[in-house]
Ligand binder design. Structure first.
Ligand SMILES: NC(=O)c1ccc[n+]([C@@H]2O[C@H](COP(=O)([O-])OP(=O)(O)OC[C@H]3O[C@@H](n4cnc5c(N)ncnc54)[C@H](OP(=O)(O)O)[C@@H]3O)[C@@H](O)[C@H]2O)c1
Length: 230
């Protein structure tokens, strides 16, 4: 399913503490939510054409980002990493699981692809993109164009907080799936959303809650962007 503008429909998935943290200050994040919530995340992965994380999440957690269900889904989502400077290591599980499903590295146009020892196989694609805001990161709007060209109609943003904030700032988040665990991690924990630079409440991105479900000890809240999908 694509947004009316033709770009992929974007879901932001958050798995947080009650106070909206996704990791401790030292980066520990496994596991904040319980088993039932994590199983739903695998179902959501399987329901999207692509999932995306920021480079820091790959460096900290080394996730596979595959949809692991029983039975396994027929098709895995395209796994995308926003890695503007080509920093994720060649040893990342994303590369050792390429036989399970394809991976795309979204990086700056001038990144030297030979410098980091990444494998050159059919399952790995590179999206060479212009810089976005702040020039250190990729343009998410250009990234959406690459995703559309790759046949992606729906994409789930899996964090971390900096990438999630980038998508919100760019006005690209259509839905939020928020898994909230009954623990608090405190202000020194890592926030689920980086800075948005808002100066008035009136311009804060806002959403309508469409459902709340209990998943064992956790809550799963779903939201749709107000004003419709753009
Ligand atoms: N609880 C959970 O479900 C969950 C989920 C995910 C992550 N986490 C935790 O979150 C932490 C990592 O989150 P984080 O916020 O530090 O980093 P992050 O969002 O994973 O990655 C941020 C990096 O992405 C790259 N990037 C490229 N283009 C970007 C753009 N347009 N906007 C924003 N970033 C862009 C930048 O690095 P380059 O300059 O290298 O491109 C940036 O520094 C880890 O501790 C991880 O465990 C938890």
């Amino acid at each position: 399913m694509a947004a009316p503008s033709g770009r992929p429909l974007v879901t932001l998935k958050l798995a947080t503490s009650l106070d909206g943290r996704i990791a401790l200050a030292n980066g520990t994040s496994k596991w904040i939510t319980g088993e039932a919530a994590r199983a739903e995340v695998h179902r959501l992965r399987a329901a999207h054409d692509a999932v995306i994380v920021g480079s820091e999440t790959v460096i900290a957690d080394d996730p596979e980002l595959t949809a692991r269900l029983d039975p396994m889904p027929e098709k895995q989502p395209l796994r995308v990493v926003a890695d503007s400077r080509g920093r994720i290591p060649a040893s990342a599980k994303l590369f050792s699981t390429l036989e399970m499903g394809p991976v795309a590295i979204a990086t700056l146009e001038n990144t030297d692809l030979d410098a980091n020892g990444w494998p050159s196989t059919r399952g790995l694609q590179f999206w060479m993109l212009p810089a976005g805001e702040g020039s250190a990161s990729i343009s998410l709007t250009a990234m959406m164009d690459s995703a559309t060209r790759a046949g992606v109609g729906s994409m789930m943003v899996e964090g971390g907080g900096q990438l999630a904030a980038g998508f919100i700032r760019a006005g690209l988040v259509d839905r939020i799936e928020w898994f909230r665990a009954p623990i608090v991690l405190g202000g020194d924990g890592r926030p689920c959303l980086g800075a948005l630079g808002l100066e008035a409440l009136a311009v804060a991105p806002n959403f309508t809650r469409t459902s709340v479900r209990e998943l064992g000890p956790d809550l799963w809240e779903s939201y749709l962007r107000n004003g419709g999908v753009r």
